[in-house]
Structures are given as C-alpha cells and as structure tokens.
Design a protein. Structure first.
Length: 316
C-alpha cells in the first residue's frame, strides 16, 4: 500500500532514512526541516523538500495544505543536557512545535500521525528490564517530560480530531549520518573520535547501559507503523511501541565494540556523570514483534561497521 507521507526532520539523521524507506515502498514523500541540524543533501532523491520550523505558520500550512495520508514526526530537540539547561527551548520545539504539526494534521484530515517518542527516557529509571510499554512513566529529565507529554498530545488531539496516533519509543539509535556533535549520539561520537586518534570520554564509571538499535531497523519500523492495524485503548501505552533490541550494552562495552569494529585500541578517560541521565535502559520489544511485525535485523557489530564506513567516506 502506498500513499503520501510527510517526514518532519526529514533532512536529519533518522528522518532521512525513514524518507528513503517510504520512497522504496512506493510512497510519495516530502521532507520538512529547518536545517538547524539536518542537511538538505541528506533529503533523498525523489522526495520533495520544505524548509520550515515546526513551530511556525509555514509548517502548519505545509501540513494542512499537503493533505498527507501519514505524518511521521521526527523533528525535535534531542539533547538531554540542553533540556536541563534550557527547558523552555526544549518545550518550545518538542511540545509547541509538535502541537502545531498536529493542528495541521487535524485541518488536513490526515489518517495517521507517527511520533518519535523515546523509550530511553519516558520510563525514567525502571525496575523491570527489559522494560515493557505498560511500565509506569516517570521521566527524570525535561527532555523525557517533553516526549511523554508529546504522547499525551498525540492521544488527545487524535481523539478530538479523528486521526490515528502511533508512538514509537526508540532506544538509542545509531548508524550512518548520525552527527558526532550531538551528545545524543554516543556511538557516533566514539567512532569519530577513535578515527581521529582521540581518547573516548566516558561520563560516570561506564557501567551505565543502553539499548542500541540500528537506524535502518528504526526506519523499517516507521514504515510498518504507517499501515499496521494498531489497537486503540484507554491507556497511553496502547498505541505505543518500543523500538529497540532488548539487549543492554554498557558504555565500557560500547567502547570495546567500537575498538573492535575499527581495529583500534581506544584510550578512555572518565569524567563526572551528567545530570538527568539514566543509569540503565533496555526495552522489551515483544509488542512490536506481535503487532507491527517488526524486529531488529542488523547486529550491533555490523551496524558499527556501516557507521564507520560512512564516517570514512565522509572524511574523504
């Protein structure tokens, strides 16, 4: 089944991969991005490009007038540290901007909105690992609050205006096109620094864990979420899906993985832990397997090799 889709943040790391996946499946694709982080060169051939800030009237008009079947909302402020230092900025982009896009979707009669939420932050520090979707949500950073609030906006405005909402709660996404300048991309940071012969900085003691999922697998999840039958219910987690691997990797182990992938021995320096960051994160993906027909396909070392190859190509 094809149709028309708008990917906000479509010139960015994850959004550009999602746009490619929809194009390959025969959809008509447009990408909306303000290019604050994204690059127009990453918009795939065949996709239309709209330059706009999700908070502005131009973005509302692009959604309302475009009358897309599906909106895939990836545009966001993604740095936990920025959210701690500038919570109003985080809320402006992640809540006001998203509400603006949802209002455009309501005006256009959009069928479905897919929201990039974050399984790495909405649960807080959960007791159960891997963490399933019905787990209590208690974010410990303003960024986590904005993602959880985004799910509430999606549910309420979808109910009021008749569009379907799906929230994909990502784990830590990595892969080609990930910006090493972003503190949200520790895999990319480690690869870029090791290739440059620089030491790797680990915040805390390195035993904290994350669940790392390859960007191509995340793009495929977004494509499946465009057409899958998603049950509605009386709980926030009913249309929410963890997109992850279900495996924990410590930061120390990550550094070792990167070293093996690049055939180099990393030098590691340790620094103080950063406020607002989780200690452990690992997500249960049983629901995505059952309801979306999705599971990750790219092994960690293979994905790391793809990221390293992209970095090498970008440097030459």
């Amino acid at each position: 089944m094809g149709g028309s889709v708008l990917v906000t943040g479509g010139a960015g790391f994850i959004g550009s991969h999602i746009a490619e996946a929809y194009l390959a499946a025969g959809w008509s694709v447009a990408c909306l991005d303000d290019l604050s982080r994204g690059k127009e060169s990453q918009v795939p051939p065949g996709a239309a490009f709209i330059r706009a800030d999700v908070r502005d009237a131009d973005a509302f008009s692009a959604v309302a007038d475009g009358k897309y079947d599906v909106i895939v909302h990836q545009a966001a402020q993604i740095d936990v540290r920025v959210s701690v230092d500038e919570p109003a900025l985080d809320a402006s982009i992640n809540l006001v901007g998203f509400a603006n896009i949802l209002s455009g979707a309501a005006a256009a009669g959009t069928r479905r909105v897919i929201f990039a939420s974050s399984g790495g932050v909405v649960y807080g520090d959960p007791e159960v690992l891997p963490t399933p979707e019905p787990t209590a949500t208690l974010p410990i950073s303003p960024y986590g609050v904005s993602k959880l609030a985004g799910e509430h906006y999606l549910r309420v405005l979808g109910t009021l205006h008749g569009f379907e909402g799906v929230a994909l709660r990502y784990a830590n996404v990595y892969g080609p096109r990930q910006d090493p300048a972003s503190e949200a991309g520790v895999v990319s940071i480690f690869v870029s620094r090791l290739l440059a012969g620089k030491p790797l900085t680990v915040f805390g003691d390195g035993t904290q864990t994350r669940d790392y999922v390859f960007v191509g697998d995340v793009a495929r999840a977004n494509l499946l979420a465009g057409t899958a039958n998603v049950a509605r219910g009386d709980r926030l987690d009913c249309p929410a899906f963890n997109i992850a691997t279900g495996r924990e990797t410590s930061v120390n182990d990550l550094a070792a993985h990167v070293g093996r992938a690049l055939d180099r021995t990393p030098e590691i320096t340790y620094a103080a832990a950063r406020p607002g960051e989780l200690y452990r994160s690992c997500l249960d993906i049983s629901k995505a397997k059952a309801d979306l027909g999705w599971e990750p396909e790219v092994p960690f070392d293979q994905g790391m090799q793809a990221l390293a190859a992209w970095f090498e190509g970008a440097r030459h």
